[in-house]
Design a protein around this ligand. Structure first.
Ligand SMILES: *Cc1c(COP(=O)(O)O)cnc(C)c1O
Length: 364
């Protein structure tokens, strides 16, 4: 018996997305590997979750997450009909691929970027095209469009680089694209600007956001998409009927009603990001300017490689992410911005490991 005869070739032949490690609760790691928020959500959000009535869980949630869509519309100056809520933004990405990309149709993406785009396009039987970023992380606009893609996905800020492309380039992409443009704003609350104002002028633009990073609710699985009402209507037909659970809807509404109470926490993360960027550069790492809640750090030349750094930091109780299987990211560590004391401990360990290397101790 070989199950290969039963499994769809698209599934059999794909590697599957590999999420970052979530260690057991008992292990005291400093967790800088999956871009979660190092702070809990603000008190009003925690209180709203704690006040939920568990007896209500016997009932299905509101199918279209209407209270969340209304709160998002009020918070971001949209109509509720323009918003679709997902079980995390990964759910919205799946919905978008299923809504727009038929088997064999092209999905084009600048790379390196969030590798789930590739997995989801493969699952859908789409033709995935990854085009390398141009020098200084510029969007390879013409090279992407040369494939006449049904869908272009761009993360802004991008992961794992943290860079942002100019909004004028996003506008040009929408204007010239024969298909839809998905702007993934997972990290936009840590950035200087966002693409919301482009929605009104570009009917093929879809923006997605997540509550997993800036909103400190990764465990709740909440994402939003913003688009035309017409596109949202098609997406609603594709999503699971009850794709967002009651507790998550409640938490999402509370977070959207208390956006201002997130500001101090977001500012702390931006400040720590600037501090860490400077400190790592001072120590010989190459770190591009990031507008996200992480930095991408190329390890100093002549010392250990990326895999050795990953393992030595893990040994020291610090988890970071290494994507060494991608040739463009060899010897680059992606480090999530943590609390100030966590960043101090990281730098302490970096200094210790650099000293070990200069006294030529072999890599672990
Ligand atoms: C984390 C992340 C997501 C997924 O967010 P969820 O809402 O947790 O599914 C989507 N896109 C990018 C670029 C991300 O980094």
């Amino acid at each position: 018996m070989n199950i290969r005869h039963w499994v769809r070739p698209e599934v059999w032949n794909m590697a599957g997305y590999l999420p970052g490690e979530q260690p057991d609760a008992g292990r005291p790691f400093i967790k800088l590997n999956t871009n979660e928020n190092p702070f809990p959500p603000p008190l009003p959000v925690l209180e709203a979750i704690a006040a939920a009535d568990p007896a209500q869980l016997r009932l299905y949630p509101e199918p279209s997450s209407r209270p969340v869509r209304e709160a998002a519309a009020a918070a971001y100056g949209l109509e509720a009909g323009q918003v679709v809520v997902g079980n995390g933004s990964d759910d919205l990405l799946t919905i978008l691929l299923r809504t727009f990309v038929a088997a064999g149709e092209c999905v084009a993406v600048p790379e390196p970027t969030y590798s789930l785009y590739h997995s989801l396009a493969q699952l859908q039987g789409g033709k995935f095209v990854g085009v390398p970023w141009e020098g200084d992380w510029q969007l390879p606009l013409q090279a992407l469009l040369a494939h006449r893609p049904k869908m272009v996905l761009v993360a802004r800020p991008n992961a794992p680089t943290g860079h942002v492309i100019p909004l004028s380039v996003v506008a040009a992409l929408c204007q010239q694209s024969p298909g839809v443009v998905v702007l993934d704003e997972a990290y936009v609350d840590f950035a200087a600007d966002n693409g919301l104002a482009l929605l009104a002028e570009h009917p093929n633009l879809i923006i997605i956001r997540t509550f997993s990073k800036s909103m400190a609710l990764a465990g709740m699985r909440i994402g939003l998409s913003f688009s035309s009402v017409a596109i949202a209507g098609q997406m609603h037909k594709v999503r699971d009927s009850y794709n967002v659970n009651r507790l998550s809807q409640l938490a999402a509404v509370a977070a959207l009603q208390h956006l201002a109470s997130y500001q101090p926490l977001l500012q702390t993360i931006r400040d720590e990001r600037q501090r860490l960027t400077a400190a790592l550069r001072q120590r010989g790492f190459q770190v591009p300017e990031s507008q996200a809640n992480f930095v991408l750090a190329q390890v100093p030349a002549g010392g250990w490689g990326g895999q050795a750094w990953l393992e030595a930091l893990r040994e020291a109780g610090i988890l970071v992410r290494y994507f060494g299987q991608d040739p463009a990211l060899v010897n680059h560590l992606r480090i999530t911005i943590g609390r100030p004391e966590e960043m101090a401990q990281l730098l302490e360990q970096v200094d210790r490991l650099l000293a070990m290397q200069s006294s030529s101790t072999p890599a672990p």
